[in-house]
Design a protein around this ligand. Structure first.
Ligand code: COA
Ligand code: MG
Length: 296
């Protein structure tokens, strides 16, 4: 199953780039990720937040229209960095902000209000910056449906399974089983019910390409639109998992052709290779073709 697009962007891979690392920031646009997350939060040392804001502002100024979608992850609203991060974001105008530690809808509503004030102060149109909310605690998982409906700016929910594991008293591990997998299911349902994108967990081991492939394939089959990446080597693996294969595209074309033929013969349902084709099946097959076309 492949999810419906809710906007023009493919969001198969969202690559984190530590905002304080000039070399990585400079390379970010050329690595092929669908989206880049310029990070001000956990990958930037407390003492280097200011430096990271300057680098991020410069990077966003020099971006081109044909590049990836640009996201900035700010520090959480309860930290002393939040106001300066917000000012940096409004000034540098990325496509969206990633808000960490969104434990409940109230957090997102407060972020929305503070952002609107910052947009007004900067003379920018209010509401122009979209938001992704990071779901990374037990409370956040239980509140996910309310969070997903808390702001019209919201465009996606992102699973932060490492912080979630910490909150649950676990040790870091893969996301494909156990309670983390349960959380993934909850997140997809909450996101889809609100019509926003669901983005899957990171794979911390950058050498474990098989693990990354397995988890990304599972995520695509669950309705996630994409997966977070921390290393360039993970991007092609993730893209493959979230892009319909040539075989799958041929099958979709065959199903649609069979359906069109049945329609011309005045039939509403038809079977192909023993499987029923009905309207929702047709819609899903069309979505697969659309996704393949958008992935080129
Ligand atoms: N963004 C941009 N470029 C990256 C990158 C990233 N996330 N990760 C690696 N690269 C670049 C490196 O700079 C290096 O380029 P170079 O050879 O031109 O210097 C090349 O890709 C190969 O990198 P490699 O040596 O394999 O990795 P590393 O040891 O330098 O870094 C990590 C490993 C995990 C520290 C690094 O991938 C990273 O910083 N990831 C992002 C972590 C993050 O932001 N986490 C927060 C959310 S969980
Ligand atoms: Mg986190």
């Amino acid at each position: 199953m492949i999810s419906a697009p809710t906007h023009a962007h493919l969001r198969r891979s969202l690559l984190y780039v530590p905002g304080s690392e000039e070399r990585k920031v400079a390379k970010a646009a050329s690595l092929g990720a669908d989206a880049v997350i310029l990070d001000l939060e956990d990958s930037v040392a407390e003492t280097r937040k200011g430096e990271a804001r300057i680098l991020i502002t410069a990077a966003l100024r020099s971006r081109t229209a044909s590049g990836p979608e640009w996201l900035v992850r700010v520090n959480a609203i309860h930290t002393p960095h939040f106001d300066a991060d917000l000012a940096c974001a409004v000034e540098s105008a990325p496509d969206a902000l990633v808000i960490p530690k969104v434990d409940g809808p109230d957090v997102l509503r407060q972020v929305d209000a503070r952002l609107a004030a910052a947009e007004r102060a900067a003379g920018r149109p209010v509401g122009s910056l979209k938001l992704f909310a990071m779901i990374e605690s037990a409370r956040a998982i239980l509140n996910a449906p309310a969070i997903a409906g808390a702001s019209p700016r919201l465009t996606g929910l992102i699973l932060g399974h490492v912080d979630l594991s910490l909150d649950l008293g676990l040790t870091p591990g893969p996301a494909g089983a156990g309670i983390i997998h349960h959380a993934r299911c909850q997140l997809v349902l909450a996101a889809r019910a609100a019509g926003v994108d669901a983005v899957d967990a990171v794979v911390l081991n950058i050498q474990d390409h098989d693990g990354c492939r397995a988890e990304a394939t599972q995520a695509a089959a669950m309705g996630f639109v994409g997966k977070q990446a921390i290393h360039p080597g993970q991007i092609p693996i993730i893209h493959q998992a979230f892009t319909p294969s040539a075989d799958r595209v041929r099958r979709a074309e065959r199903i649609l052709e069979t359906w069109r033929q049945a329609q011309t013969e005045g039939r509403g349902v038809v079977a192909l290779d023993g499987e029923l084709i009905e309207l929702p099946v047709v819609a899903m097959e069309q979505r697969i073709l659309d996704r393949a076309r958008r992935a080129g």
